[in-house]
Design a protein around this ligand. Sequence first.
Ligand SMILES: [Zn+2]
Length: 171
Amino acid sequence: MHRWNPYLAPVMRELVVGRSPQAEVVARFLRVDKIAAEAQVSESLNGIWEALRDSAIIERVYPNEFQLSWERLLVSTAGPWFTCNRCGMMTAHSVRGACVMTGCGGRLSAMSADEIAARFGDHHWYNRYTQTTAFPVEVREHTAQLTTALAGVYKISADFGASHSWGRRCT
Ligand SMILES: [Zn+2]
């Protein structure tokens, strides 16, 4: 559940506006302060919402609830990457060269391939996804969720493992 227009929040409005990424993006695009130019940013957000809704990019699934279909998502890392000079966030989408992390206010600069490689040289997940093959995964139900017969098999296996380990420790 996500409120699109934070200016319509019934409670803690200032906090909600301050943390709203979409208000930040619109304010950076318009080159205005999202608090001082509240009416302008709010009106733009409403216009964007109506365009998304009326063009059926988002679809109504329940009263006052809309979804963006996964079929409309396109994820890519192609194109230039930018980094913020203040918070270090990386993005492939520069909004007039401004960082869109809420409350940051930094400026973006393009990253070279060497800078990107240096940034991720020691990054565990980057190396895990790009340098190694997938590990096999085995999933088993918790014994409390099993039938009595299968739980018995697991118990026998566990008992055998325990006695086997005990036996090895004693030798
Ligand atoms: Zn930033």
